[in-house]
Design a protein around this ligand. Sequence first.
Ligand code: CMP
Length: 140
Amino acid sequence: ALERTLSIIKPDAVAKNVIGEIYARFEKAGLKVVAAKQKQLSRQEAEGFYAVHKERPFFKALVEFMISGPVMIQVLEGDNAVLKHRELMGATNPKEAAPGTIRADFADSIDANAVHGSDAAETAKVEIAYFFAETEVHSR
Ligand code: CMP
């Protein structure tokens, strides 16, 4: 089915200057960038985005990392976009990420793991609405 998913290129990957390399992987896999913005997240925005992880031991470090520099946020659209994007990213822990995935190639640790992607179509709707108005998403 045609789906949308939220993708975030995290501060580590933005600092490595690999936004374009990561976008190329999306495009080669048939995913279209239908909305995008670069943003310095406030603490409040990062905490709100990751609210589901609030009680996890890694929450504070996650928020600190996500506000350590600008992120690149995009909506990807395509057939089976949520799963396709997760396959391109690889496992959350780069040590477990398959060769050739974004995290295997660009991530240094489970905290600085280069990218975020929605885990399901329902989550994607919430995550997209967190950062984009419907008028800012250009389905095509
Ligand atoms: P992300 O997909 O952005 O969602 C939550 C983030 O928390 C995750 O990627 C990791 O970068 C980070 N994180 C740190 N420790 C853990 C952990 N033990 N399990 C899951 N996520 C973790």
